[in-house]
Write a protein that binds this ligand. Structure first.
Ligand code: UD1
Ligand code: UDP
Length: 360
């Protein structure tokens, strides 16, 4: 029994780390293809060394490019490996171009696909991620969904319930597992930045970086917030480039503390100590919740509606800097903290289902 895991972008390294660990425990042979979508040390290699991921058997090194260029290179590379390795199942994560390419390449040559983080929807077809996840779900034989809403979405779209596995969220597993084992020596952040209260912010989503009105709105709001409290901004390379193009980079400091992309340990350490988190990241919205931090999401919709319903997260239009500042000034920490993302055993449940599927 052999499975091939296809990953390529930062959040996929984190998600797959806990599942790979369980696969090893279950004695399932896993071979990893890294598409090379993310390639900077701080966006890729650091996660392999820190999270104990198996080294990829193949790195396709596709690099950056337009959607078509990037996805087509992945398709060619993945198909070649799958034809050679003949796995019994292909495992894909999330909603990136690497997810889409994995689903397409495998399903066309009749290799069953299992999708971790199935069923999430923003209902915004202008997001590349929404297109990727719709296609990936449709082509998958096993749909591992993290939330009740994800399961409901899949049922509404007509998927048979036998294909749907409500497992909880592997990112919750990772946050629990790794936050317990972080030692101060593992951290690279300057400890001085922890001396005073701070807001942690991340921005990288295409609809914000590629829309100057949105990006300027967010930066204006963060600068204003930094007059009250330190703002720490680890910068995704996409955002760095967009800020350079708008000539905004130099105006960020000293009010905003801009950092390079952080390791996962540094990131969750900061999240767990922040007063408030401001983000457009899917993963960071949930990690805010895991660490019981109120979050402002600078987007017009979210795939994690349960965070809005429980009032741990507020959605604010990114172009509306006054709206972001207002949300920040009104922020409250709710009392109730329901188990929205399972009990930290999503990866175990996923591997158990995969094992059963492969034995049939
Ligand atoms: C991708 C995913 C997004 C996910 C994000 C996680 C798609 C369509 N988008 O977005 O869903 O939330 O990853 O971080 O798959 N770059 C570098 N070095 C790197 C990687 C990227 O400099 O190691 C720069 C390049 O200029 C590149 C840009 O970032 O053009 C965007 O990278 P890309 O992988 O295309 O998309 P992300 O914005 O990272
Ligand atoms: N992350 C990280 N370093 C950073 C920013 C984010 O390790 O500088 C982690 C974060 O803790 C979360 C994941 O990357 O686990 C989220 O990835 P990202 O925001 O890039 O993508 P998304 O979740 O929006 O797809």
């Amino acid at each position: 029994m052999r499975i091939v895991t296809i990953i390529g972008a930062r959040p996929q390294f984190i998600k797959s780390s806990v599942v790979s660990f369980e696969l090893r425990k279950a004695g399932i042979d896993e071979l990893v293809i890294h598409t090379g979508q993310h390639y900077d040390k701080s966006m890729s290699a650091i996660f392999f060394s820190q999270l104990g991921l198996p080294q990829p058997a193949y790195n396709l090194e596709v690099g950056s490019g337009s959607h078509a260029v990037q996805t087509s290179k992945m398709l060619v590379g993945i198909e070649e490996v799958l034809l050679k390795e003949k796995p019994d199942l292909v495992l894909i994560y999330g909603d990136t171009n690497s997810t889409l390419a994995g689903a397409l390449a495998a399903s066309k040559i009749h290799i069953p696909v299992a999708h971790v983080e199935a069923g999430l929807r923003s209902h915004n077809m202008r997001m590349p991620e929404e297109i990727n996840r719709l296609v990936a779900d449709r082509l998958s034989s096993m749909l591992f969904t993290p939330t009740f809403i994800g399961k409901k979405n899949l049922l509404l779209e007509g998927f048979v319930k036998e294909k749907i596995f409500l497992t909880g969220d592997v990112m919750y597993d990772a946050a629990i597992h790794f936050s317990k084992s972080i030692h101060p020596d593992d951290l690279s952040i300057d400890p001085n930045i922890l001396n005073n209260p701070f807001v942690l912010a991340t921005i990288h989503r295409a609809e914000n970086t590629d829309n100057p009105e949105n990006l300027k709105g967010i930066i204006k709001a963060l600068k204003k917030i930094s007059e009250q409290i330190r703002v720490i901004l680890p910068l995704h390379p996409r955002t760095k480039r967009a800020l350079q193009e708008l000539d905004l980079n130099s105006s960020l400091s000293p009010s905003i503390t801009v950092l390079e992309p952080l390791s996962y340990f540094d990131m969750i350490y900061l999240e767990s100590r922040a007063q408030v988190i401001v983000t457009d990241s899917g993963g960071v919205q949930k990690e805010a919740y895991f660490f019981r931090k109120p979050c402002i999401t600078v987007r017009t919709e979210t795939e994690w509606q349960e965070l809005i319903d429980t009032k741990w997260n507020s959605l604010v239009n990114p172009a509306d800097s006054d709206g972001i500042i207002d949300a920040f000034n009104k922020i409250m920490t709710p009392v109730d903290w329901p188990q929205l993302y399972g009990s930290g055993d999503a990866s175990k449940k996923i591997v158990l289902s995969i094992d059963t599927y492969l034995r049939k």
